[in-house]
Design a protein around this ligand. Structure first.
Ligand SMILES: Cc1cc2nc3c(=O)[nH]c(=O)nc-3n(C[C@H](O)[C@H](O)[C@H](O)COP(=O)(O)OP(=O)(O)OC[C@H]3O[C@@H](n4cnc5c(N)ncnc54)[C@H](O)[C@@H]3O)c2cc1C
Length: 478
């Protein structure tokens, strides 16, 4: 084997010894992919087609020992390292240039203990793996709303989904985690062991170690729940948003909603004259007794005359798959978010204007209703600090032609800039754009928790080996 070059954490070139690489690869249960290997391009590709990074090595870990070996190998050469689980974070930091990727995607097993209502989830599992395993026992873990998303990134940065109003964030439902720290040690963190690390991992992202396993508290779920999916013409968006603003807060917490300014899909269920036109989708899910749920969502299905009403009763794991095909791998994505304090008349007008002026019909603006249990948990009790926002605007620029990148990104940033001072609460780090802004934004995002997080980082990763996707120790600009 020829000498093999890579980059160190300080940005210098280093040459990896061929025999070291050989030994490292030979002892893995999983596989080691090098640039030049047949599967290299497939393995370095992630969900966001805008990201085109070329790591020196990709370790597709087969078990926890592989993760330990990968951390130790990277430390031996002081290599730039990234952690990949679901590969769905928009900023694409799951893959690094010229360094080593610790890829957990082969580690996707889920074990459910139905009696204790606990799921043990390997670090590379996707939401769909988790939903599939738990639904067999009519149980569910509070995670996000698209089954292809990675459990790890979503949970470590918070995790909003259909259970959030009732049971809190994904991170709030963690019981323990297994972590490989920067010195290659395996630690367990929970409310009883390494409490500071457990606190930091619930919102602090990938800055502290590689989480190889998550233990979630599960909640009972009916064998069928109600999906709300009613499409209104954009001309009715004002009426729908006013109705949402007035009535959503009084609904049971089993019900959650996202108002999606989007385009009517090209589907048989949509009358031909509306296909491709801008719409407002009242999108939601009501857990709990299906008969009651049907009554809860009924008024949101008839706010005005809909274009189509695709609402239906179905198993929860199917609700989780409804949006999967709208976010294919390899499309171009730039997603940002901003918390807002209220949905004023002016906000509605501006969102309608932005929806009308989307450079790509694939793009959407999503107004999430938050609150409930997320709100009731004290902001200091986990690293995730911004718990009081009643709403979040998710800005999703989605497009196919690389030549359209600049105008799509500009559109998303304009919405963010317009609303970012509304609550001045920093970012939701699962929808952060490409993390162009650094320290100041992190300080806002973590509020009074920020200094404690940095102290815990210094304790567990004093050399700043794990840069996370926004680096807590530095300026977040990598
Ligand atoms: C289609 C789609 C739907 C989404 N829906 C929701 C939603 O409903 N609710 C919501 O809250 N968010 C949602 N998100 C955002 C999503 O939560 C984030 O993109 C999340 O970070 C993805 O996790 P991942 O494991 O796929 O990330 P990856 O891209 O694999 O990793 C992102 C970063 O997380 C860290 N990380 C990942 N794995 C580990 C690990 N095992 N140990 C330590 N650090 C790790 C690393 O810093 C890494 O760079 C959605 C995203 C997409 C693309």
């Amino acid at each position: 084997m020829d000498a093999f070059n890579a980059l160190t954490l300080t940005g210098e070139k280093t040459t990896l010894s061929p025999s070291d690489i050989e030994n490292f690869g030979a002892n893995l249960k999983g596989e080691l992919i090098r640039s030049g290997d047949a599967s290299y391009d497939e393995c370095r590709a992630i969900w966001n087609g805008m990201i085109d990074r070329r790591p020196a090595l990709i370790v597709r870990c087969g078990n926890q020992d592989d993760v330990i070996a990968a951390v130790k190998f990277a430390r031996q050469y002081d290599l730039i390292t990234s952690i990949r689980s679901g590969g769905h974070h928009v900023a694409g930091k799951a893959v690094c240039d010229s360094g080593l990727v610790i890829d957990l995607s082969l580690m996707n097993k889920v074990e459910v203990d139905p009696k204790e209502r606990i799921a043990r989830v390997q670090g590379g599992a996707k939401l769909g793996d988790l939903d599939e395993a738990t639904s067999q026992y009519n149980l569910a873990a509070p995670v996000g709303v698209v089954s292809e998303t990675g459990v790890a990134g979503l949970t470590l940065h918070g995790g909003f989904g259909w259970h959030s109003r009732k049971y809190g964030l994904a991170a709030d439902n963690l019981l323990s985690v297994d972590v490989i720290t920067a010195d290659g040690r395996h630690l367990r963190a929970s409310k009883d062991e390494n409490q500071d690390l457990f606190w930091a991992l619930r919102g602090g992202g990938g800055n502290f170690g590689v989480v190889t396993s998550f233990e979630f508290k599960l909640h009972p779920i009916e064998s069928e729940v109600w999906l709300l999916m009613t499409l209104y013409p954009l001309s009715k968006a004002r009426e729908c948003m006013e109705y949402f603003r007035e009535h959503m807060p009084n609904t049971p917490e089993e019900f959650s909603m996202i108002n999606v300014f989007w385009s009517a899909p090209d589907q048989e269920a949509i009358p031909e004259q509306y296909r491709g036109l801008p719409v407002l989708v009242s999108f939601g899910c009501c857990l709990g007794d299906p008969d009651k749920a049907e009554k809860t969502i009924a008024p949101f299905r008839q706010i005005s005359e809909p274009i189509a009403d695709l609402s239906a009763r179905m198993p929860f794991k199917e609700v989780q798959k409804v949006l999967d095909e709208d976010y294919p791998n390899g499309r171009h994505y730039y997603w940002k978010s901003v918390y807002i304090n209220e949905i004023s008349d002016d906000t509605i007008d501006r969102l309608i204007e932005y929806a009308e002026n989307r450079p790509s019909a694939l793009s959407s603006i999503d107004v999430w209703g938050l609150g409930g249990q997320v709100n009731r948990i004290k902001p200091e009790s986990t690293a995730f600090y911004q718990r009081n926002a009643p709403y979040m605007i998710g800005i999703e620029a989605n497009w196919d032609d690389p030549d359209d990148s600049q105008r799509n990104i500009k559109w998303a940033r304009a919405i963010y800039d317009e609303f970012k001072n509304n609550l001045d609460a920093g970012l939701y780090l699962n929808f952060p754009g490409f993390a162009e802004e650094g320290e100041e934004l992190l300080a806002k995002t973590y509020g009074p928790n920020y200094q404690k997080l940095k102290d815990i980082k210094a304790k567990y990763d004093p050399d700043n080996f794990f840069r996370g996707f926004m680096n807590l120790s530095g300026n977040g600009s990598r």
